[in-house]
Design a protein around this ligand. Structure first.
Ligand code: NAP
Ligand code: MG
Length: 492
């Protein structure tokens, strides 16, 4: 192992040069000290009366107490959802359902600034991302699915699509608001009702969304938010009154859920982990590709299931790409998520930081050459500097395992066949990226890569009209687009 230094920094960048702080204001944020469960249109105390804290990972300070939902609370929520399904939501004309979904979308837009700040406070992501990516995309998912609500028979010609009933939905901490939108919008558009559990470390935007549901006049029980940790999620999965489970999270938990659902009539979709290959050919536009690498792995602290965490560079340009990448990495600002200049915010939790640190140590012990930026980081909070490993082999753990942090493993290749074989040599198959000047090469390579989403000459771009989902251990089923409707429907 050798720790490298970047000799180009002095030539190209004056690292002493700093932006003036540009913090986003928090004056307009209305947060309660304590949040109850949102069941049947009201905030209600949990049956067992237990609460846990949600903290700000950038300051380690407590933000609010959050109700810990138990089996009993899940049971009440599922019954409320069933009642709302049978008596209100499934009987309502589809175009009326659509009006509620449009209203929710517009209210998210109106309160976008508040949601962005809360998302960054609770989860640690840079405000630029919550403001420009998470919240606008959450609103656009509601807009998009509102449009489908009264057109389902056109989406599935010759069939008579019918809702399933009550959907149990469990989401992770990396895109809390966006994942809630991915789950709730298609479920409502197809006439289902919902019991949703946000992640333990990032429950606030889902609870603020519950306030929007109240203000929008969404009928009681149509969406219920039950906060808690793993046991709360398991109670939703195993509840006999649930007709469909939609889970986004780790492959390990996805496997537990798949086992629990085997032999039941519950439908399910699983959106799981990834270890995407980002492939740079010699004829690629190199400066754009370097931006794509940075966006692919350092965006959202690398807390992205489809992060381009394995970089494959064609040999002839490898030295240049790595040099330019290091230069660019040195300009990345790690720090206060609420500062508009911040590129990389806080790691979501102490546990996640420890996981990243331990995998990086394994990478060092395995003999990879690693390079970490020299930027300053705040003394309090959870932070990790952008890090790359070069000279790693296919068998390295950091090449095979999902790190879910700002850590990139770099390998080189000579031929197209070689890189396709290496890129596909993983248990995952969520996403990939290809950078080349030749359209024919894009078609050839993308048709051979075993990944659900493949970007060409760009990376990490999302749109509600595009389906998203994985091959192999990256999951089962698709969310988004027209494909995202069918997991919530039965056809007869
Ligand atoms: P996780 O540990 O699997 O947790 C996901 C959710 O499941 C959380 O709400 C979690 O609760 C809950 N949960 C934990 N154990 C459970 C159980 N036994 N039964 C039911 N629910 C349970 O994943 P994470 O660490 O939050 O998220 C990171 C993972 O999500 C990564 O692997 C990433 O690749 C994946 N992800 C995939 C996609 C995709 O679309 N494919 C998108 C985003 C993230 P608590 O956390 O509250 O305890
Ligand atoms: Mg938090």
């Amino acid at each position: 192992m050798k720790k490298e230094t970047n000799n180009n920094i002095a030539l190209n960048f004056n690292t002493d040069w700093k932006y003036a702080p540009a913090p986003e204001s928090t004056d307009h944020i209305k947060l309660k000290k304590k949040y109850d469960l949102f069941i049947n249109g009201k905030f209600v105390a949990p049956v067992k009366g237990k609460y846990f804290e949600t903290t700000n990972p950038a300051t380690e300070g407590k933000i609010a107490d959050i109700a810990e939902g138990t089996k009993e609370d899940v049971d009440i929520a599922v019954k409320a959802a069933r009642n709302a399904y049978e008596n209100v939501w499934s009987k309502m004309p589809a175009k009326e359902r659509a009006k509620y979904i449009y209203r929710i979308a517009r209210m998210i837009q109106e309160r976008a600034r508040e949601f962005s700040v809360i998302e960054s406070m609770d989860g640690g992501k840079a405000i630029r991302e919550s403001r420009d990516v998470d919240v606008p995309l959450a609103a656009s998912h509601f807009f998009y699915y509102a449009g489908w609500a009264d057109k389902l028979e056109y989406a599935f010609p010759g069939k008579k699509p019918k809702p399933l009933g009550v959907a149990g939905q469990i989401i992770p901490w990396n895109f809390p608001m966006l994942m809630a939108a991915w789950k709730i919008a298609p479920a409502l558009a197809t006439g289902n009702t919902v019991v949703l559990k946000p992640a333990e470390t990032t429950p606030l935007t889902a609870l603020k969304l519950a306030e929007i549901f109240q203000e929008a006049g969404l009928p009681d029980g149509v969406v219920n938010i039950v906060t808690g940790a793993a046991a709360t999620g398991a109670a939703i999965v195993n509840h006999p009154g649930i007709d469909k489970v939609a889970f986004t999270g780790s492959t390990d938990v996805g496997k537990i859920i798949q086992k629990a659902l085997a032999g039941t009539n519950k439908k399910y979709t699983l959106e799981l982990g990834g270890k995407a290959a980002n492939i740079i050919f010699e004829d690629a536009p190199i400066d754009q590709a370097v931006e794509g690498i940075v966006n692919g792995i350092f965006f959202n602290q690398g807390h992205v299931c489809c992060a381009g965490s394995r970089l494959f560079v064609q040999e002839g340009v490898a030295d240049m790409v790595i040099r330019k990448l290091k230069d660019r990495m040195e300009t990345l600002i790690v720090g206060d998520p609420l500062d508009k200049n911040t590129d990389i915010g806080a790691i979501n939790s102490k546990e996640q930081l420890k996981k990243i640190e331990s995998l990086v140590q394994i990478g060092i012990n395995e003999g990879g050459d690693y390079y970490q930026t020299s930027c300053s980081i705040p003394s309090k909070g959870y932070w990790f500097r952008p890090t790359i490993f070069s000279g790693v082999s296919q068998s390295s753990r950091i090449v095979q395992e999902e790190i879910f942090g700002p850590v990139l493993a770099i390998q080189t290749f000579r031929t197209t066949d070689e890189v396709v074989e290496k890129a596909n040599n993983t248990a995952y198959g969520l996403s990939a990226g290809v950078w080349t000047d030749k359209g024919s090469k894009i078609f050839k390579v993308t048709s051979q890569l075993r990944a659900g989403v493949i970007w060409a000459n760009t990376y990490n771009k999302f749109d509600p009209t595009s389906p998203f989902g994985g091959y192999k251990e990256s999951g089962v089923g698709r969310e988004g687009g027209l494909h995202g409707l069918s997991p919530y429907l039965k056809m007869n």
